[in-house]
Design a protein around this ligand. Structure first.
Ligand code: ASP
Length: 330
């Protein structure tokens, strides 16, 4: 009798603890020259719907007491399947018209991390990154080796054509025509996807998935699969996923820098994220933004471009789906 009472009390305490901890999720679908006049109504609607579906999928995991890692993967898988974003299906094309993808994931509870770089035909590169974290002694695998690791672990592969959209074909043609004419790119488009989450147990996780930069060559790899640059999570500070001009995010170790400012300089999440995006990176001439969440469930989503595809459900359960700068100022 005593045992049952004790067990009941433990379970009750555990369920109360779950119910009382805030959960929060933020996602992004990239930052860039995103302006209302450059957007069709249909595209905007498709993007908003995908962002909402992704945020909901992640939030549902958190609401049912699931781990932050599961939530960020659930959110990213939806964006990888959506042709609107530069990840999975709809990823940008390389200089030779192929698709090479990068992804990474990090667990804030133990600083475990996994990443893949320059992989082809894997439907969900984020699943491959998670497998590297859990089922290998390594943090990052690349190219053919990463693909055979994914195959050995039963991940789904698709034909390369499945990933390639007409939009990306036209984008590559335009960039290459401009390049031949010696013109500078006047616009920046970074539509990498990412997710950060805080679960009911107080654990943080971050994940990022991308096709990298359009027209890339020579096996170029950006910040997205690099732990500390495009992705970082530490329960003592925050979880970050970045989008933008990857070379700068690598040089400034952007995601880790934000967490360090929170943990060691005592800044709020918003102050730290803004310092890196709107001061350090802006002064360096780098376009981009981040999504960030801290152990209290605060969400910050700064960017230094005209827009960033983003959505969040904060500690109070409030859903926001935002695209343009004005969306958050209204
Ligand atoms: N950060 C990515 C890269 O440099 C690009 C993006 O955000 O879309 O590969």
């Amino acid at each position: 009798m005593l045992r049952i009472t004790f067990l009941t009390a433990v379970l009750l305490a555990a369920s109360l603890a779950v119910a009382e901890s805030p959960v929060a999720i933020a996602i992004h679908g990239g930052a860039g020259t995103i302006l209302p006049e450059k957007m069709t109504a249909e595209r905007e609607q498709a993007i908003r719907a995908a962002l909402e579906e992704s945020a909901h999928a992640g939030h549902e995991v958190l609401e049912s007491g699931g781990p932050a890692l599961d939530a960020v993967v659930a959110a990213i898988r939806i964006l990888e399947d959506s042709p609107e974003f530069n990840a999975g299906r709809g990823a940008v094309l390389t200089n030779t018209g192929t698709v090479e993808m990068d992804a990474s994931i990090m667990n804030g509870a133990d600083l475990e991390a996994g990443a893949v770089a320059s992989v082809k035909r894997i439907r969900h590169p984020i699943d491959a990154a998670r497998l590297v974290m859990h089922d290998s002694p390594h943090v990052m695998l690349m190219g053919e080796g990463a693909m055979s690791f994914a195959e050995d672990h039963g991940l789904e592969f698709m034909d390369e054509d499945w990933f390639i959209t007409d939009f990306r074909r036209r984008q590559l043609e335009t960039i290459q025509a401009d390049e031949q004419a010696g013109m500078q790119l006047s616009e920046s488009w970074h539509s990498t996807v990412g997710a950060v989450a805080l679960d009911a147990h107080g654990n943080l996780a971050a994940a990022t998935s991308t096709g990298g930069m359009a027209n890339k060559r020579w096996g170029r790899v950006g910040d997205s699969p690099i732990i500390g640059a495009g992705t970082y999570a530490d329960n003592r500070a925050c979880a970050i996923s970045a989008t933008g001009h990857g070379e700068f995010f690598i040089r400034h170790v952007a995601a880790h820098s934000i967490c360090s400012l929170v943990r060691m300089a005592g800044m709020t999440l918003d102050e730290a994220a803004n310092q890196v995006i709107n001061e350090t990176l802006k002064e360096a001439g780098a376009d981009g933004g981040v999504i960030a969440v801290d152990p209290q469930g605060n969400v910050s989503m700064p960017f230094n471009t005209p827009g960033m595809y983003r959505a969040s459900v904060d500690g109070d359960g409030k859903l926001q789906v935002l695209i343009y700068r004005e969306d958050s100022e209204g």
